[in-house]
Design a protein around this ligand. Structure first.
Ligand code: S3P
Length: 184
């Protein structure tokens, strides 16, 4: 099937929000934005929504209130967005690990794991300096550890798409294909 027919099928059959999950740097936000544009749905980014609600950046929230406080806000923000009309939602890497948030995503959306290998995650996360968890040691070791801990949870998503080390457009084509296959 062509990309065009995948888009048409998704537009016809999708009746719920698509939630992208996966580790930091896998490309959830970039891909989510592009996916939303192609299938003509709104896009939401959970991290940005949390920052907006808190009036503070994620590093500030972690520093001033700790991770548990951040997870509470994340849970509330994601549950609120899931209650809106269908859209494309990119979540922060830890969202799908929280049992309550995972349950809400599983029950109310089509969940998609953007799977990337360690080298790609290290390369992509090195471009920005806004991730508190990666400042607690060596990013490669932290990410390797998170792969061990989190991959089993991400693996329960409805759809898995392997991220390509190259232009986002290539992974987007695979993403459209995988979602169309799931719906069709
Ligand atoms: C986190 C991932 C981040 C952000 C926060 C915690 C995590 O989002 O929510 O720094 O626990 O993996 P991205 O996955 O968009 O970097």
């Amino acid at each position: 099937m062509s990309k065009k027919s995948d888009i048409a099928l998704i537009q016809k059959k999708l009746d719920k929000t698509i939630v992208l999950v996966g580790l930091m740097g896998c490309g959830k936000s970039s891909l989510g934005r592009r996916l939303a544009e192609r299938i003509e749905l709104p896009f939401a980014d959970a991290d940005s929504a949390i920052e907006e609600a808190a009036g503070a950046t994620i590093p500030e929230i972690f520093e001033q209130h700790g991770e548990a406080f951040f997870r509470d806000g994340e849970r509330r923000v994601i549950q609120r967005i899931l209650g809106e009309k269908p859209l494309v939602l990119a979540t922060g890497g830890g969202a799908f690990i929280d049992p309550e948030t995972r349950k809400a995503i599983k029950e109310q959306s089509l969940s998609v794991w953007i799977k990337a290998d360690l080298d790609l995650l290290v390369k992509r996360t090195a471009k920005r300096n806004n991730r508190p968890l990666l400042k607690q040691g060596k990013p490669r070791e932290i990410l390797a550890n998170l792969i061990q801990k989190r991959h089993p949870f991400y693996g329960t998503a409805d759809v898995t798409v392997e991220s390509v080390d190259g232009p986002h457009e290539r992974t987007l084509t695979k993403l459209l294909r995988a979602i169309a296959a799931e719906l069709g």
